[in-house]
Design a protein around this ligand. Structure first.
Ligand code: AMP
Length: 302
């Protein structure tokens, strides 16, 4: 029996077809909620709020039903969301070929009773209307972190801005933040985001690390020099999941906790890139996380 979740995660559950310069794999379980949960569960028990279709196979259910992942908030109906994408040698940006939202299109998140009191929440990448509906069901959230993607910036910008206004932490990648504010300057974009309300703006720079901006400080985390990169799908979600998993475990948010959380998020993302789909993060243990966290410290010591 899983424990009561300390962190609640909203996002997509997908069947992904992925091509990178290192191979092509079809029919993999993916989605923002899945990657985020697989990372966050290494720090704290998590609860997933999402939807899958009737076609979701037993094997895939087995992958969701893991220690530290509560699946009682997953709805079932219709056909599972399907995403197809590819990467070129610069693997920082996924090129989307197909987005079949299927059951995700009309998904209305419904929080199980016990989840409504959640203090720590990660709104993974999905439609901002779903993120808002999720927020509205929370009774007294302490920390809401939100992630997004170019599709929502392009198609539903106003709604996304409303969600950002309700968040304490925004996690967004470099290209997306430039697109959101139509600027080349990451610093300017970060200031615009801070002005909307979140106290912490975290900008992911793919393999080059991450930046954090607050009203008072600026932090830069290094990327991990990975030798084997096979598939970066889900790295952004693993980053967000690891970050919020660590925060939920710490039970508070301070500048110092956030800095450590960013490094833990980066550790999760770096492992995830080493194999296709969940291949690598599936078998990662807490001791692996701590070993690489230590290496991150060493990279930055001078
Ligand atoms: P990331 O590489 O972290 O940006 O996330 C990759 C995951 O996002 C894949 O597993 C996809 O299934 C999922 N994804 C792609 N497009 C969308 C979308 N429009 N809404 C929700 N999830 C998506």
């Amino acid at each position: 029996m899983n424990e009561v979740p300390q962190l609640i995660i909203l996002g997509s559950i997908a069947v992904d077809d992925i091509e990178t310069p290192f191979g092509k794999k079809d029919g993999l379980i993916g989605g923002s909620a899945v990657y985020a949960a697989y990372s966050a569960r290494l720090f704290a028990p998590v609860g997933l709020v999402s939807i899958v279709g009737d076609d979701f196979s037993k094997d895939k259910w087995k992958l969701l039903n893991r220690k530290n992942i509560d699946i009682s908030g997953i709805q079932v109906g219709g056909k599972t969301f399907h995403w197809q994408g590819y990467y070129e040698h610069d693997m920082n940006a996924a090129q989307t070929i197909v987005t079949d939202l299927n059951c995700l299109e009309s998904f209305e998140p419904e929080l199980p009773e016990g989840y409504r009191k959640a203090k720590f929440v990660f709104l993974g990448n999905t439609h901002p209307a779903q993120q808002m509906k999720f927020i509205e069901q929370l009774e007294a959230p302490e920390i809401i972190a939100v992630d997004t993607m170019n599709l929502w910036i392009k198609n539903t910008r106003d709604l996304l801005v409303q969600v950002i206004r309700r968040a304490n932490i925004i996690v967004i990648n470099e290209a997306e933040v430039r697109e959101l504010f139509n600027t080349a300057s990451i610093v300017k974009a970060a200031q615009e985001l801070l002005a909307l309300g979140p106290g912490y703006v975290i900008i992911k720079k793919g393999e080059h690390g991450a930046l954090m901006f607050t009203e008072k400080s600026h932090f830069s985390a290094p990327g991990y020099p990975l030798e084997t990169v096979k598939d970066p799908t889900g790295c952004g979600d693993c980053f967000g999941g690891g970050l919020m998993g660590y925060i939920a475990k710490a039970g508070e948010v301070t500048d110092a906790v956030l800095r450590r959380a960013i490094v833990y998020g980066s550790v999760c993302a770096s492992y995830n890139a080493e194999d296709f789909g969940l291949g690598r993060i599936l078998n990662i243990k807490k001791k692996d996380i701590e070993a690489r966290y230590k290496e991150f410290r060493e990279i930055r010591s001078f």
